[in-house]
Design a protein around this ligand. Structure first.
Ligand code: ZN
Length: 128
């Protein structure tokens, strides 16, 4: 997957059925909004993006939450609907992936995966 935790991503498609906090018209919800990736669900190819795709969750009263009621939480979004944000281009971009061996001298098999913006060629996203 080309998205990592703490990456800044842009939503490229409207997510219907979410509670949009920016009050955009229905159907345009979340399209073009930007957020930080909180979690990557590799097995489902989904990511949870901060502030995007809010869903209501009805919770029973519990000790921690004696009132119960409706809570809003971010629901996961499929990775195909997000693009990595490039600081230089100020928009979501496609990325070119380059694999660089971590330690070339010892013939190690581990690689650093570097992601470059396809438009301007800058390194994008968080580095490890
Ligand atoms: Zn760029």
């Amino acid at each position: 997957m080309h998205i990592r935790r703490n990456d800044v991503v842009v939503i490229r498609k409207a997510i219907t059925g979410c509670k949009d906090t920016s009050r955009r018209p229905v159907g345009q919800e979340s399209k073009g909004s930007r957020g930080r990736v909180l979690k990557v669900l590799t097995d489902k190819n989904q990511v949870i993006v901060e502030g995007v795709n809010y869903k209501y969750r009805h919770v029973r009263p519990s000790q921690k939450n004696p009132q119960g009621g409706r809570m809003t939480r971010e629901a996961p979004v499929h990775v195909s609907n997000v693009m990595l944000f490039c600081d230089k281009c100020q928009k979501g971009v496609n990325v070119r992936i380059e694999r660089v061996p971590k330690d070339a001298a010892s013939g190690a098999t581990t690689h650093n995966v570097l992601r470059y913006c396809k438009v301007c060629g800058e390194l994008v996203g968080v580095q490890d």
